[in-house]
Design a binder for this molecule. Structure first.
Ligand SMILES: [Zn+2]
Length: 380
């Protein structure tokens, strides 16, 4: 446990949350259904509907409620509602949307294209409970989940309002962080969020824009190398570190085989090839070992192929990362020998798990992956 005195306060340096609840807690608005033709809601417990004049009335309905657009508003089962309507689950109640149960206020909204969007408004700390089990195994050691809670919280604050023009703060998918309400939340997850309440990573008095990934394969990546930018400008905590901790974990080293025909069609999704593909070589790689581009020989020409494009076309699950150590040409295809899983920037989750199993605390793990950063507390 880190002493409270060692925590620095990041007052007023974080982007403002959407709003606050009566207890002064930061609220976040997450889109859980976007521009759908319809959605099905199932209420469990007492739910109140907020009417346009601000009056609340109980939602009395058993079984699934179908939410659909109508001209000039929304329809929920046989209720005709205005273009934006709030549903408030009371203490202990929840609303299932699709497969997931939600305890926050749901904002039902009619989109301009006659589709429906469902946004959940929830306190940021409860939101994190709904993120953690889908971004890390909820049965991993507590210190690993606490490190994940701090990076997920820092990420959420840093991206707060990113989708404001669409009418909410964050999406519930990988464009933000995967969020699925109270589904899969366990005591381990609740403890990890509670024991790190309000804690974020700062750098020079500001919020650090953090990232995380599954496994770095031995060295984490410089953020500027991963997404463009001048590496000289990279803040020290995001330059990448040598990571001995994830060695021996499932995706630290891997082999993947692709036929010439798979490779050719993947390359052609992005670049035209003047003839059949006859060879593929690594052209450039960065200091952390990630391949930046390949040289593809086709006909009489050599074409440059960006590794991120090739990974995208082959599928991120098929080619786990662009950290490719060697290519081994075979008769009918190429074997890729590589390491790691994901983009490699920031916290390495498998390395985090191993550090936690060896008894290292979450603050030490965070300072290992983000050297020079300061564990801070958000005050609003
Ligand atoms: Zn690692």
């Amino acid at each position: 446990m880190i002493a409270a005195a060692a925590l620095c306060l990041l007052a007023g340096l974080v982007p403002p949350a959407a709003s606050m609840d009566v207890a002064g807690r930061a609220l976040v608005q997450v889109a859980i259904v976007r521009q759908a033709e319809s959605s099905t809601l199932v209420a469990a417990g007492a739910i109140r509907v907020v009417l346009p004049d601000g009056k609340r009335r109980p939602l009395e309905w058993e079984g699934p409620l179908s939410l659909t657009p109508r001209v000039g508003g929304l329809k929920l089962a046989d209720l005709r509602l205005p273009t934006e309507t709030r549903l408030e689950p009371q203490e202990g109640a929840s609303i299932k949307v699709g497969a997931d149960a939600h305890r926050g206020t749901l904002i039902l909204r009619l989109d301009p294209g006659q589709t429906v969007t469902v946004i959940e408004e929830i306190s940021l700390e409860e939101y994190l409970e709904g993120v953690l089990p889908h971004e890390m195994d909820p049965d991993w050691p507590l210190e690993a989940l606490k490190a994940q809670a701090v990076v997920a919280r820092t990420f959420a604050y840093a991206n707060m309002g990113k989708f404001r023009k669409d009418g909410f703060d964050l999406t519930a998918d990988t464009r933000s962080q995967v969020y699925r309400g109270v589904t899969a939340v366990n005591e381990n997850v609740r403890s990890a969020v509670r024991q790190t309440r309000g804690e974020v990573l700062g750098w020079r008095g500001e919020l650090l824009h953090v990232y995380y990934h599954s496994c770095c394969g031995g060295r984490t990546e410089d953020v500027a190398q991963a997404w463009g930018g001048d590496p000289k400008q990279t803040p020290r905590p995001l330059r990448g570190v040598k990571d001995p901790w994830c060695q021996g974990t499932p995706n630290h080293s891997w082999r993947a085989y692709f036929t010439w025909s798979d490779l050719m069609s993947a390359i052609q999704e992005k670049v035209g090839l003047p003839g059949p593909l006859s060879s593929l070589k690594i052209a450039h790689r960065d200091a952390a070992g990630y391949v930046l581009s390949f040289a593809a020989r086709a006909g009489r020409r050599t074409v440059s192929v960006r590794s991120s494009d090739l990974r995208h076309s082959l599928g991120a699950g098929e080619l786990k990362s662009t950290k490719i150590r060697r290519l081994v040409p075979k008769k009918k295809g190429v074997e890729f020998i590589g390491g790691g899983s994901g983009h490699g920037v920031g916290l390495c989750q498998w390395g985090t798990k191993v550090q936690a199993l060896k008894g290292r605390s979450y603050d030490k793990i965070l300072l290992f992956y983000f050297p020079g950063s300061v564990l801070s507390v958000v005050t609003q």
